[in-house]
Design a protein around this ligand. Structure first.
Ligand code: ADP
Length: 384
């Protein structure tokens, strides 16, 4: 039996799932949330039985990992007798900078590099590093694989990833477009190829990952050639609490008006987007509810959301030189039919002219991480 454990750490959460490979059967999965708060919360699901939920107190990610391991070994809630049964662990790492272009087995040197990239992803890389460090200690001898959210976009050509800023800023600080949600974009693009029953090599696809964070990617021949998120996840289409593209002079203007850097950071990451425009919520379900009650602010938030997505899709059809499939995924992309229809209605001309299929594909980042980690482990075994 080959078990691959997948760990996906956020700033105050750890998502985990255990896959039997190569079948990609998920035997259990769960989410430990609100780590470091007064009460943490775990939802754990063993396939074939009801969910186990519990309020508990978990001070940090390291303690969280310990607790998750105890569940994997639990007689009723787990499936393992010994942690040594795990063949490898796949870790989601958000930022792999310019160095990590594919998944890799983590060693000291690589871990140091991932730590260095914390400056580019201050909310994500640090908790992921904590989880990796805990695993290196508790699971000695079991390979730890990093799968990067930026890696799928490492194929972006230079003219697509450079900003029109002095070149020295790129050389000195690595200021360029990196792109995110790569694990999801790659997963749904590959699935689109399977559904169209055509080799990915021949296809032009636009993938729209519309969740709390939103990004759009142009995929040509299976490779990302452009993507809407940039140096950070702030760029691109409008999102739940982030504005997407806007004139950067607004930041200078606000600074001159006396706003602090921290306040602007908070404003751009937590208070803008759907929430900021609607004044209702960052959750599209709430916006749609208010929209049906003719709430004008909810209406305008929704209009801006749809319009900006349409602009990106239009631009990407242009650079792809055609379109075979337009893919929607993640919370909004998969569940909000009304919004998908609005987006597509406005693009009717393009969709007709290209003959593109519109697909809704459920994204499963955990499964993709398990698949990529397993492929790497199998290759390593062969080369031994
Ligand atoms: P995250 O990016 O945090 O993983 P999701 O992919 O779950 O988030 O996306 C969250 C967004 O998706 C929210 O705006 C929410 O309203 C929307 N969403 C999630 N599930 C549904 C659903 N069943 N029906 C309609 N909208 C949904």
């Amino acid at each position: 039996m080959v078990w691959v454990l997948v760990l996906n750490a956020g700033s105050s959460s750890i998502k985990y799932s255990l896959f039997k490979m190569p079948e990609e059967d998920c035997f259990l999965r769960g989410n430990l949330e609100r780590i470091g708060e007064r009460f943490s919360f775990i939802k754990h699901m063993l396939s074939g039985s009801g969910p186990f939920q519990k309020r508990l107190k978990i001070a940090h990610h390291r303690e969280g990992i310990n607790f998750i391991f105890s569940l994997l070994l639990d007689k009723e809630k787990g499936v393992l007798k010994n942690l040594k049964e795990i063949s490898g662990v796949g870790h989601r790492v958000v930022h792999g900078g310019e160095v990590f272009r594919q998944p890799c087995i983590i060693n000291k040197k690589r871990l140091l590099k991932i730590k260095e990239y914390s400056i580019l992803a201050p909310l994500h890389n640090p908790p992921q590093v904590s989880v990796i460090e805990a695993c290196l200690e508790y699971l000695k001898g079991i390979p730890q694989v990093a799968v990067f959210d930026t890696a799928f976009h490492s194929t972006l050509p230079k003219y697509a990833f450079l900003y029109g800023l002095p070149y020295e800023l790129y050389e000195k600080f690595g200021i360029r477009k990196y792109g995110f949600h790569g694990i999801s974009h790659q997963y749904v693009a590959e699935e689109a190829g399977r559904r169209l029953k055509r080799p990915l090599q021949d296809l032009k696809i636009i993938t729209c990952h519309l969740g709390n964070g939103c990004s759009i990617t142009a995929v040509k021949g299976g490779k990302s050639i452009d993507t809407s998120m940039g140096f950070t996840p702030l760029e691109g289409v409008m999102m739940g609490t982030r504005p997407g593209d806007f004139d950067p002079s607004i930041i200078l203007f606000l600074l001159k008006k006396g706003y602090s850097i921290e306040k602007i950071d908070h404003l751009l990451n937590k208070k803008s987007g759907l929430l900021g425009l609607s004044g209702v919520s960052n959750d599209m379900r709430d916006i749609m509810r208010q929209l049906r009650r003719n709430n004008l602010r909810a209406q305008i938030a929704c209009d801006v959301f749809v319009y900006r997505i349409q602009k990106y899709i239009g631009a990407y059809v242009g650079i792809l030189g055609g379109l075979d499939a337009l893919v929607f995924t993640a919370g909004i992309g998969e569940n909000q039919k009304e919004l998908r229809e609005r987006i597509c209605k406005g693009l009717n001309f393009l969709l007709k002219a290209t003959g593109a299929r519109v697909l809704v594909i459920h994204t499963d980042e955990e499964q993709s991480i398990a698949r990529q980690a397993y492929a790497l482990l199998k290759n390593e075994d062969k080369s031994k």
